[in-house]
Design a protein around this ligand. Structure first.
Ligand code: FUB
Length: 354
């Protein structure tokens, strides 16, 4: 997370119609999709099909006076609420508070991008937050219901760090957690295996391998890592790791995983260049070969997503800042995702010309 005051590409901001105060897409274009809900701000949508319905687990953005900074301090979220719909296009119900910061014993602030999973007749909510020392950890909470309320474990997942957990369960029943985020997400502080303040980031290692996202198999109770986290290795077309200086392609944050036609798709945000990108492989723990961008920059600094199959179609849930034109007050959206015959993903432009 970073606001990009110094970033290579400036994020897209909207024009405001002076008579209505409503955002208009820049350059005379139009938004591809409209916000799923407008009464609360939502971001980082992790969508799942449970019991034939679509549940979206987003961050719940809130207004704050904290100024934008390079650590994303203005993303001061304090609770989660779950969205639920019968199918894409139907009414979206906003659930009650599913988990509140005050009920997470180990956390101090910043409930960032969550995900959810179902196993053992239980729904699990995975979430990052800063602990009492200000270090991002990943917690788990459980519920009998997909919309919560969720009860948090007393401690974060042992061995967890950084942000943006995404949990994928393979056809054999094994679940994996993908996670990590550089800059405000602190991933670069963990290169020695211990948290080290001020560690050099990939910004200073442009000709070396980029800092990679992490993956760990989950235990059967879904509350522990069954192995130490390891790198999700992202390779270029020559089979070499993507480089730190390759900001158009290297991992920044917002991991997601899905499987289609036996191919594993690892998808993520490039952060300061504002793309959603993907890489494919034959093993859920990688390595993955870089394939391209599938979402062009949205309005706002962050870009984060999930991809899910529902009713025979593939859907991309994403977010922009249409409702507020403020980086930290986002709104989730959905659009259909299309694949080519070779499995490549057709690039989505979040704006249209008509
Ligand atoms: O919503 C807070 C953070 O912004 C998320 O954890 C990142 O992925 C980015 O979307």
């Amino acid at each position: 997370m970073k606001i990009g005051i110094c970033s290579a590409l400036v994020s897209i901001v909207a024009l405001i119609n002076p008579s209505t105060g409503i955002s208009q897409a820049p350059n005379g274009r139009h938004y591809l999709s409209q916000p799923l809900v407008t009464s609360i701000y939502t971001a980082d949508p992790s969508a799942h099909v449970f019991n034939g319905k679509i549940y979206v687990y987003p961050s719940h953005d809130v207004p704050t006076d904290i100024p934008d900074d390079d650590l994303g301090s203005e993303y001061a979220m304090r609770d989660y609420r779950v969205l639920e719909m019968d199918h894409v296009g139907s009414h979206v119900n906003i659930g009650p508070v599913a988990l509140d910061l005050k009920d997470v014993p180990w956390a101090s602030k910043q409930l960032w991008a969550p995900d959810a999973a179902y196993r053992n007749n239980t729904y699990y909510l995975y979430f990052p937050a800063r602990d009492k020392e200000g270090v991002f950890r990943i917690g788990v909470a459980s519920s009998e219901h997909p919309e919560g309320p969720f009860k948090a474990e007393a401690e974060p997942i042992k061995g967890s760090f950084s942000i943006d957990p995404a949990v994928f369960t393979d056809a054999d029943g094994q679940s994996y957690m993908y996670f990590g985020g550089i800059w405000g997400g602190q991933l670069e502080n963990w290169t020695t295996g211990q948290f080290k303040e001020g560690t050099t980031t990939d910004l200073h290692q442009d000709d070396k391998a980029a800092i990679m996202p992490k993956v760990a198999r989950l235990s059967a109770d879904m509350k522990h890592f069954a192995e130490p986290p390891k790198d999700v290795v992202l390779l270029d077309e020559q089979g070499k790791p993507l480089l730190g200086g390759d900001h158009d392609r290297r991992f920044f944050e917002a991991s997601w995983m899905f499987r289609r036609n036996g191919v594993y798709y690892f998808t993520y945000s490039t952060g300061d260049t504002h793309f959603l990108s993907y890489a494919t492989g034959t093993n859920p723990e990688g390595p993955f070969q870089y394939r391209g961008h599938f979402l062009l920059p949205v309005q706002g600094w962050t870009t984060h997503h999930s991809i899910v199959e529902a009713d025979g179609k593939w859907w991309l849930f994403y977010a922009d800042t249409q409702l507020s034109n403020k980086n930290h007050l986002r709104n989730v959206k959905v659009t259909e995702l299309h694949f080519n015959a070779d499995g490549s993903i057709q690039t989505v432009d979040p704006f249209t010309s008509n």
